[in-house]
Design a protein around this ligand. Structure first.
Ligand code: SAM
Ligand code: SF4
Length: 333
C-alpha cells in the first residue's frame, strides 16, 4: 500500500474531511459541553504545535483530505491562530478551510483570519436573549458575539453560518427570534440536537429538542419549508428553503436521524490524537509518532488504522451505547 492510499473505512466511506481541534480551553462554559468548575485543561506543551498540525495535514492531503475545519475548545483563544490558518491555507490541495467559533473574540480577530486565508465561519449562537445565553454559557457575552457576527460580515467572509444547539425546556422561545435574525442578516442558521457529550454527563434524551419539533415551530410562523436536495451526501445538515425564498435553514439531527452512513470525517484532538468518530472510545496517538521521530509514512499508517477501525454508527439509540471518556470541548466539536 502506498503512503498516499485513500482513507477508506470498512464500510466504504472515503474520508476527505479533517476536523482539527487547536485547544481545549474556552472563554465560555456551555453546560452541554464543559463542566462548570474544576475544568482541567491540557498543559500547553501537550498540544500540537502549529508546525505539527501542518505536518499532519501535509501527510493527509495526498490521502484525499481536502476539507479542514478548525475547532476546539474555542479556537480563537489559541494565540496567533491566524498563523496556523495561513500555514494551512498555503498547503496545496486544501480546498476548504473553515472554523467553528463561539464568536466572543471575533470582533478583534475577523480581519486577521480573513487575511490569513480563512474563508468560511460557523458561529455558535444558541439564544438572542441575554439571560438564556448566560444560562447556557455560564458567562455573559451575547453583545460581544453579536458584534463579532457584524464584524465578520463586514470583513467579507463568503458564507457565515449560525449554529444553535436546541435544548428542550430552555431554548424553545429562541427558535423564532434566531430564525428571524438569520433571515434579516442573510445568514444560514442550523439547529443542532443536543448530544451526550456534556462535561457534567447529565444529558438525557428528554432534553433533546428534535429537528422535527423545531421545523414545526418555524413552519407555524413562516409557512411551509421545502427540503433542498443535498449537494454533498456527507453534509450533516438537512437544509430547507423558506417558502418566500428568503434564505435557508438547516437541521443537524445526530440523535433523531443519525447521518453516520455518509460520515467522511476524521478528527485530530488538540493534543494530537486521531479519532474516527466524535463518540469514539478509542484514540490513535499521532503526537507520540511525531514526537518519537516517526516518519510521514508512520503518521499516514496511523490515520489509516484509525479510519479502518471506524464503526458503522455511533449507536446513541442502542442500549449498548457508551459515552466517550471525554467531553465535547476535549474532543473538538
Ligand atoms: N467553541 C466553539 C463553538 O462553540 O463554536 C467551537 C467548539 S464547539 C465544541 C463546536 C460546536 O459544538 C458548537 O456549535 C457547539 O454549540 C456544539 N456543541 C457543543 N456541545 C454539544 C453537544 N453536547 N451537543 C451538540 N452540539 C454541541
Ligand atoms: Fe466553549 Fe464551544 Fe464548548 Fe461552548 S461549545 S463551552 S463555546 S467549546
Amino acid at each position: 500500500m502506498t503512503h498516499a492510499a485513500a482513507l477508506i473505512d470498512g464500510y466504504g466511506r472515503v474520508h476527505t474531511h479533517l476536523r482539527i481541534s487547536v485547544t481545549d480551553r474556552c472563554n465560555l462554559r456551555c453546560f452541554y459541553c464543559m463542566p462548570e468548575t474544576d475544568v482541567i485543561f491540557k498543559p500547553r506543551a501537550e498540544l500540537l504545535t502549529f508546525e505539527e498540525i501542518a505536518r499532519v495535514v501535509r501527510v493527509l492531503v495526498p490521502m484525499g483530505v481536502n476539507k479542514l475545519r478548525i475547532t476546539g475548545g474555542e479556537p480563537l483563544v489559541r494565540l496567533q491562530i491566524d498563523r496556523l490558518i495561513a500555514r494551512l491555507a498555503a498547503i496545496p490541495g486544501v480546498r476548504d478551510l473553515a472554523m467553528t467559533t463561539n464568536g466572543m473574540l471575533l470582533a478583534d480577530r475577523a480581519e486577521a483570519l480573513r487575511r490569513a486565508g480563512l474563508r468560511r465561519l460557523n458561529i455558535s449562537l444558541d439564544a438572542l436573549d441575554a439571560s438564556t445565553f448566560e444560562q447556557i454559557g455560564r458567562r455573559n457575552g451575547l453583545a460581544r458575539v453579536l458584534e463579532g457576527i457584524a464584524t465578520a460580515r463586514r470583513t467579507g467572509f463568503d458564507k457565515i453560518r449560525l449554529n444553535a444547539v436546541a435544548i428542550r425546556g430552555l431554548t424553545e422561545d429562541q427558535i423564532l427570534p434566531l430564525a428571524e435574525f438569520a433571515r434579516q442578516h442573510h445568514l444560514e442558521l442550523r439547529f443542532i440536537e443536543f448530544m451526550p457529550l456534556d462535561g457534567d454527563a447529565s444529558w438525557s434524551d428528554e432534553q433533546v429538542l428534535t429537528g422535527r419539533d423545531i421545523r414545526r415551530r418555524i413552519e407555524s410562523e413562516f409557512g411551509p419549508l421545502f427540503p433542498v436536495p443535498r449537494s454533498d451526501p456527507s453534509q450533516p445538515a438537512v437544509d430547507y428553503q423558506y417558502g418566500d425564498g428568503a434564505g435557508r435553514i438547516g437541521f443537524i439531527e445526530p440523535v433523531s436521524h443519525p447521518f453516520c452512513d455518509h460520515c467522511n470525517r476524521l478528527r485530530l484532538t488538540a493534543e494530537g490524537q486521531f479519532r474516527n468518530c466524535i463518540f469514539s472510545q478509542e484514540e490513535w496517538d499521532a503526537r507520540a509518532v511525531i514526537r518519537g521521530g516517526g516518519c510521514d509514512r508512520q503518521v499516514a499508517d496511523l490515520a489509516r488504522l484509525c479510519v479502518q477501525a471506524k464503526k458503522a454508527g455511533h449507536g446513541i439509540d442502542s442500549p449498548e451505547f457508551l459515552r466517550p471518556h471525554r467531553a465535547m470541548y476535549q474532543i473538538g466539536g
